[in-house]
Ligand binder design. Structure first.
Ligand code: ADP
Ligand code: MG
Length: 256
């Protein structure tokens, strides 16, 4: 355990550190002085109304979006601007989006081996062994020779998780991973995420699945209008929200 600078009060290391981050899209101030530290093994669930900047925040963490001000570190290292260092960083930050983003013209196995082969320089037998282990872990090893379109949405999303894990990421970002799924497939993806969390994966999860948030989150971040307006335990957030924005958000969830 590290107590080095950047370490946390409880002695665990900080995996993601976001400090004083501001970002604009033209006149829109989309991220307003965002500060967030995520410790090793921590599961942070990000809640908030549509348009509050949740996706933008996730995208800045693996540098899919630039920032105007502030700094973001992954495992202590500042986000690189470009080139090889950026590719390496992206490999360390696994990302799973709402849409499945698998390569349509590659088999399930190839989708998972591609990163280890190209970015990690792994040899093919080793990459295939790893991919099969991960596909088994997410429960779709028997689909390995199929093409993405032959799988259900829930299966594709589990392959997307396996593909991200194949890069041995230091943190996994999930941006509404179940929002595009039919209801009966949501739980198989959430269950996969819960087992990852139990294994100690550091995770940042944007979701509207409140059951998952209550069950899996160590901490809830509530965003509104580009700001983090609340940060608390799930218990506190759901039973005793502090701000009107959070109360309003929760009341809408319950009545729908
Ligand atoms: N590439 C972009 N260009 C301009 N505005 C954008 C862009 N991406 C997002 N926005 C705007 O930024 C705000 C935050 O969006 P987003 O981060 O997607 O919010 P959330 O994920 O919380 O719904 C929204 O008002 C959205 O319209
Ligand atoms: Mg979003």
């Amino acid at each position: 355990m590290s107590t080095a600078p950047g370490g946390r009060a409880d002695g665990s290391a900080t995996v993601v550190s976001v400090k004083g981050v501001n970002k604009h899209y033209g006149p829109l101030h989309v991220l307003k002085d965002i500060n967030l530290a995520v410790g090793k093994g921590e599961v942070v669930v990000v809640l908030g109304p549509s348009g509050s900047g949740k996706s933008t925040m996730c995208r800045t963490i693996n540098r899919l979006e630039t920032i105007d001000e502030g700094e973001i570190r992954v495992d202590g290292e500042l986000l690189p601007q470009e080139g090889k260092a950026l590719a390496k960083l992206r490999a360390e930050v696994g990302m799973v989006f709402q849409s499945f983003n698998l390569f349509a013209n590659k088999s399930i196995l190839e989708n998972v081996t591609l990163g280890p082969l190209k970015v990690r320089g792994m040899k093919k037998p080793e990459a295939e062994k790893l991919a099969l282990e991960l596909l088994a872990k997410v429960g779709v090893a028997n689909q390995k020779d199929k093409m993405p379109a032959q799988l259900s949405g829930g299966q594709q999303q589990r392959v997307a998780i396996a593909r991200a894990l194949a890069m041995r990421p230091k943190v996994m970002l999930f941006d509404e991973p179940t929002s595009a799924l039919d209801p009966e497939m949501i739980n198989e993806v959430l269950d996969t995420m819960i087992s990852l969390a139990r294994e100690g994966m550091t995770m940042i999860v944007v979701t509207h699945e409140m059951g998952f948030a209550r069950k899996a989150a160590d901490r809830i971040i509530f965003m509104a209008d580009g700001q983090i307006v609340e940060e608390s335990t799930p218990e506190e957030f759901f039973t005793n929200p502090q701000t009107d924005r959070a109360k309003d958000f929760l009341s809408k969830l319950i009545t729908h």
